[in-house]
Design a protein around this ligand. Structure first.
Ligand SMILES: [Fe+2]
Length: 222
């Protein structure tokens, strides 16, 4: 038999229960771990500022809005509306996930950006691609070949225990592999500095790749 106090707690707990979807915390724009101009001359401060404060912010806002609408659709038991929101959720949610990873993939040279990988990560790259330079060439070929907007990835295939290069269109996140390095090849990532010459941007970006965070993701993925 429950005491009066216990019954009171039980009743109030039931009253305060909410659907799980209603308590999800909104996503927020992560702080850039370096100054906007810190990647110059390889990526201009102007690009970084717009890319982070406008583009990424738009994905954050878009995802939160789509989530809010989805909660309404759940509460209204409106299946059509739930399905209609899937594109917005994937596009904006993917944009948030991809960019959050991308910022940490880069670092100013004063903080190790561009310092080639070593240890087990380098060994794994050499095992799959022969040499580090071959890997960069193959990655850049894949990245340059993305039609329209998208991403190029180095990902870890857990089943095959190997690193693989992959690409995804639009803001699709990499789901078939565990992403360890992602490079944004949307025009907004380079156009102000490199115009339409994506290969020049791809050549420069390696000067500021943060291989330390790539190595950490690689270690965690295994
Ligand atoms: Fe982007």
């Amino acid at each position: 038999m429950l005491s009066i106090a216990a019954r009171s707690i039980k009743t109030s707990s039931v009253k305060t229960l909410r659907p799980l979807t209603a308590v999800r915390t909104k996503v927020t724009l992560p702080e850039l771990p370096y100054a906007y101009e810190a990647l110059e001359p390889y990526v201009s401060g102007e690009i970084m500022k717009i890319h982070h404060s406008k583009h990424h912010q738009a994905y954050v806002n878009g995802f939160n809005l789509a989530e809010e609408k989805l909660q309404g659709a759940f509460q209204a038991n409106d299946l059509t509306q739930q399905l209609a929101l899937q594109n917005a959720l994937k596009f904006n949610g993917g944009g948030h996930i991809n960019h959050s990873l991308f910022w940490k993939n880069l670092a100013p040279q004063s903080e190790g950006g561009g310092q080639a990988p070593k240890g087990s990560l380098l060994s794994a790259i050499e095992k799959e691609f022969g040499t580090f330079d071959n890997f960069v060439t193959q990655f850049n070929t894949a990245a340059a070949g993305v039609q329209g907007s998208g991403w190029a990835w180095l990902g870890y295939n857990k089943a095959a225990k190997r690193l693989e290069i992959a690409t995804t269109p639009n803001q699709d996140p990499l789901l078939t592999l565990t992403p360890v390095l992602g490079i944004d090849v949307w025009e907004h990532a380079y156009y102000l500095q490199y115009k339409n010459v994506r290969p020049d941007y791809l050549k420069a970006i390696w000067q500021v790749v943060n291989w330390k965070t790539v190595a950490e993701r690689f270690a965690k993925a295994q």
